[in-house]
Design a protein around this ligand. Structure first.
Ligand code: ADP
Length: 681
């Protein structure tokens, strides 16, 4: 993993080599445009016309309401009069406004970002900008800078969510509900608290299957680049000397039969774009990187356990091996494109389609495990009503292929390295950063196409954004003769026309139907957030929990409010004693989920866990819908009484925001009632 703040690849960054740019797309500074004044103008206090929706935020977490293209011209000059048709200027099609990007916090992704921006002809602000930018490119976390508008390439809480322990917990909750669907994550135990469980379970398994000779991998929480990782054969080999209390860790079943190429173990780094949390939108890059070990693989034995170049695929470790081969093309060396590996596998008869589909499924399921808690972070950092920003994020998924081609999730990186150069030793002790063509090919495309998908000026097309690639290609191929003046004009007005088709493929909501049934914790999180009360908190207080029980009609003669309090105290105390987040007292989402499981088991004894939980969620949502309905009737009654008293708006027709909301709620309430009744019948 690459931790927050540290990236595994060398820090020094000489200017990277530019990729070939279309002859119609000069690499110089982007042209001036109506909506993008020169920096000089800004310094003189001439503000560029702000995009219409800048600084405004839509209602839901991470929702995709984005700034719309500015249709009015520069204030005072009136070049783009409001009476003109949108998209026209002086009878000619209007030039695209340049998207503005603040790259001042881009850190080691800066070189790849710069190339992407040049290809897109967007405006970069390398030292930040007094006025708001459309997009902020942060290198590490959401909190790199205070921003209140536009879009930022990090979600609050993502770094915390993908730490080894948090990820393991989130996946485990899903494994409890759907063991078959989540068997792509190795069996894991959290240390130190689950050490006794680890010992007991291993002993039990060994007793029931004597020939079983397992290996385990111990990974310090928050560690990165293979740091502190070691293999063991027996629980008693855990190194207590480092004091697990001060450095918690995850111990995991070691996948001892990985797929090998040229006798070497390798893993896959795939880039995944979380475009929006609500509604959930996920894209996967069509190509990624494969990182190879530098010693031929042997199944773990006591003799070879410590050989990191054989067992760990980390680039940052293997680069120090004398056998490391810098790739000068995509198909060879210690770091190659994933597509070159797929090509090789396909030539050996491997069903590549099935492999991709398994990988997509792994990615969607993992994101589904992460989103509930991300939503809690989101509402805490950007509560509804706060202007913004909206968020998106590129994640790095590390995946291992087993010998039988089953993909296994190793980890998720919130800050995957976007460096496009590597360090090379020219002579003993003399190092130089040189461009890495393989990194550049993959990473620039991922950043550039993420930006294309987040383009705030792009009109929302009726058809899905995933069609973008086809559209770009189609427009070029079908409408224009290659090399014609029309084409050159088209390209100069729309730089995207000269770019390759999108490397990012939408997988959610595209495959939502197949995966929505897994989103139970998401629905629990919605209940949790509803009762959090004061905006900005992440933990539920005892009163909030009691209100949840009361409003959802969960207490009865068998389950008194006193028992509710005991349940709250028991579970909350235990979760807080794990020392996860001591900043706030109260019940965290994971503790709420545990309490919810208890309530579900108590009420629907005979069903499997996921059905118990789904039934209880339906039950809660049903009662909350009735409550919303009652509130609506009350508020409508009050409005009518006010109208009778003549206190309404003079025209009596305009709905205020306050009267809109209950109408929307009513529709949701009606749907919930129908859903619940259908489900029960
Ligand atoms: P880090 O964040 O320190 O890189 P990882 O979880 O990515 O930690 O593990 C480092 C390397 O160890 C991986 O790249 C992979 O090669 C190997 N590895 C990790 N977990 C397993 C596992 N369960 N089975 C086999 N190999 C593993």
């Amino acid at each position: 993993m690459e931790s927050a703040g540290t990236e595994p690849e060398p820090e020094r960054c000489p200017p990277a080599q530019e990729p070939p740019v279309s002859p119609a797309l000069p690499a110089e500074e982007p042209e001036r445009s109506e909506a993008a004044p020169e920096p000089q103008q800004e310094a003189e206090g001439v503000p560029p016309p702000a995009p219409v929706a800048q600084g405004r935020r839509p209602s839901g977490p991470g929702s995709k309401g984005q700034a719309k293209r500015c249709s009015a011209g520069k204030g005072g000059r009136g070049k783009r009069g409001s009476t003109r048709r949108a998209g026209e200027e002086g009878g000619r099609p209007a030039r695209r406004a340049h998207v503005t990007v603040d790259s001042s916090k881009a850190k080691t992704s800066l070189e790849a970002l710069k190339i992407s921006l040049r290809q897109l002809r967007w405006r970069e602000f390398p030292f930040g900008r007094r006025l708001p930018c459309d997009i902020y490119w942060h290198g590490v976390s959401f909190h790199d800078n205070d921003i209140f508008s536009g879009q930022v390439n990090k979600f609050p809480g993502m770094t915390e969510m993908v730490r080894k322990i948090t990820l393991s917990r989130a996946v485990r909750t899903m494994q409890d509900l759907f063991p078959e669907e989540y068997n792509f994550y190795p069996h894991s135990w959290i240390l130190p608290e689950e050490f006794p469980l680890f010992v007991a379970e291993v002993r039990m398994m060994k007793e029931s299957d004597p020939p079983w000779k397992p290996t385990f991998i111990v990974k310090p929480d928050g560690g990165c680049q293979g740091d502190g990782i070691y293999l063991i054969k027996d629980p008693s080999d855990i190194r207590m000397a480092g004091n697990l209390q001060s450095r918690p860790a995850v111990v995991q079943e070691y996948i001892s039969k990985p797929l090998l190429i040229d006798k070497l173990k390798f893993d896959i780094r795939l880039y995944v774009l979380l475009k929006s949390l609500e509604p959930l939108e996920i894209y996967i890059a069509k190509d990624g990187l494969s990182r190879f070990c530098t010693e031929p693989y042997q199944e773990p034995t006591l003799k070879n356990l410590h050989q990191v170049f054989m067992h760990l695929t980390n680039y940052s470790l293997n680069i120090h091996s004398g056998n490391f081969i810098h790739s000068d093309n995509a198909n060879t060396g210690s770091k190659r494109t994933f597509s070159s590996v797929l090509y090789r596998l396909s030539s050996k008869g491997v069903d590549i389609k099935k492999l991709w589909s398994d990988i997509i499924s792994l990615v969607i399921k993992t994101v589904i495990a992460l989103t509930p808690e991300l939503k809690v972070y989101y509402q805490s950092d950007i509560p509804a009503g706060k202007p913004g920003p909206t968020c998106f994020q590129i994640l790095g998924f590390d995946i291992l292929l087993m010998k039988n081609l089953k993909p296994v999730l190793l980890e998720v990186n919130a800050n995957p390295s976007m460096r496009i150069e590597h360090e090379q030793e020219l002579s003993p002790g003399v190092f130089e950063n040189v461009p890495s063509p393989v990194d550049e090919e993959i990473k620039v495309a991922v950043i550039r196409d993420t930006l294309r998908l987040m383009d705030p000026y792009k009109k929302k097309k009726k058809d899905n954004q995933s069609q973008l690639s086809e559209n770009a290609a189609d427009t070029k191929d079908e409408l224009l003769e290659p090399g014609s003046t029309d084409q050159l004009e088209h390209i100069s007005k729309n730089p995207e026309a000269s770019l390759p088709s999108l490397c990012l493929k939408q997988v959610f909501p595209k495959y939502a139907k197949q995966f929505n049934y897994l989103r139970l914790v998401d629905r629990m999180a919605a209940l949790f957030i509803r009762f959090l009360g004061v905006k900005g908190t992440m933990k539920l207080g005892p009163t909030g929990f009691r209100t949840f029980i009361r409003n959802c009609k969960l207490s009865n003669s068998n389950f008194s409010m006193a028992s509710v309090d005991i349940l709250y105290i028991d579970i909350t105390r235990r979760w807080n004693s794990m020392g996860l987040d001591q900043r706030e007292s109260g019940m965290c989402l994971q503790a709420f989920v545990e309490a919810f499981f208890c309530l579900a088991q108590r009420r629907y004894k005979s069903l499997p866990l996921h059905e118990q939980v789904a039934s209880l969620i339906d039950f809660c949502e049903y009662h909350l819908a009735i409550l919303d309905e009652k509130r609506l009737v009350c508020s409508r009654g009050m409005t009518e009484r006010r109208a009778e008293l003549g206190t309404c708006q003079p025209d009596g027709l305009h709905l205020t925001a306050a009267t809109h909301a209950p109408l929307l709620n009513r529709m949701t309430a009606a749907n919930k009632l129908t859903d619940y009744r259908n489900h029960r019948s």
